[in-house]
Ligand binder design. Structure first.
Ligand SMILES: [Zn+2]
Ligand SMILES: [Zn+2]
Ligand SMILES: [Zn+2]
Length: 232
């Protein structure tokens, strides 16, 4: 016989328990294989989060039966503390009464008929600050946008081509590369004219006239001799 589950009731029971058997017990349903899978199915259908359940792959075996209360989790952590896991933060924030939806676009946990795990955003960027006022549920899309905007804020423009660059540099990659090699955009005269110029003047003189170094002239002539001007 299939049991009809009420979503609201099931949601609450699941969030308060750490395995299916306890949920069944509280519903006064006999613990059996069939009832287990029915319950599992219903939980899946309603899209209820069971990431805090024990003995589940999603819990990575790290869940503890000693569930921490929200006020123990939502604190300003000390420097030496490791980052709190998303699972623990999510559960604590939910239990503290926070609505489980994206604080920007109000996306809830079902997306495209599948369960969508909402992420947790630390508003001040400090993941040691797990105080509730610093945390927000956010969907993956909005979350990536928040952090993209932060990166843009940290940028400024290349002094040469105005491209967006990191605040630490003054020029973009390609502009600073150009600067390093000493390449300036000059209009080289036609090969024949250049050849004549070099025949009649020193490399240094030609370079001065063209506004480049004698090395640059030498280089271009070397290329011409190899590729363009047939050996006499
Ligand atoms: Zn969103
Ligand atoms: Zn974030
Ligand atoms: Zn540039």
């Amino acid at each position: 016989m299939k049991t009809k589950y009420d979503k609201k009731e099931l949601e609450e029971l699941v969030s308060k328990n750490i395995n299916l058997s306890d949920v069944l017990r509280q519903l006064n349903i006999k613990i059996s294989g069939g009832n287990h899978s029915n319950l599992k199915l219903a939980i899946k259908k309603f899209g209820i989060d069971t990431s805090h359940f024990l003995g589940q792959a999603s819990g990575k075996g790290k869940s503890s039966p000693l569930k921490k209360r929200p006020e123990e989790v939502l604190i300003f952590r000390k420097d030496k503390d490791r980052r709190q896991t998303g699972i623990v933060l999510r559960r604590a924030l939910k239990e503290s009464g926070r609505k489980y939806q994206c604080y920007i676009c109000e996306q809830k946990e079902i997306w495209n008929k599948e369960i969508l795990t909402l992420e947790i955003h630390h508003k001040d960027g400090n993941w040691l600050n797990d105080l509730p006022e610093n945390l927000e549920f956010v969907c993956p899309n909005c979350h990536s946008q928040i952090h993209k905007k932060e990166i843009i804020k940290k940028q400024k423009n290349c002094i040469q081509c105005n491209k967006k660059i990191n605040k630490k540099s003054t020029k973009c990659c390609s502009c600073s590369k150009l600067g390093r090699v000493g390449k300036t955009k000059i209009k080289w005269p036609d090969n024949e004219i250049l050849k004549k110029m070099v025949e009649e003047n020193s490399f240094t003189k030609v370079g001065k006239r063209l506004g480049v170094s004698d090395r640059a002239v030498r280089k271009i002539i070397k290329n011409l001799i190899i590729h363009v001007i047939p050996l006499q």
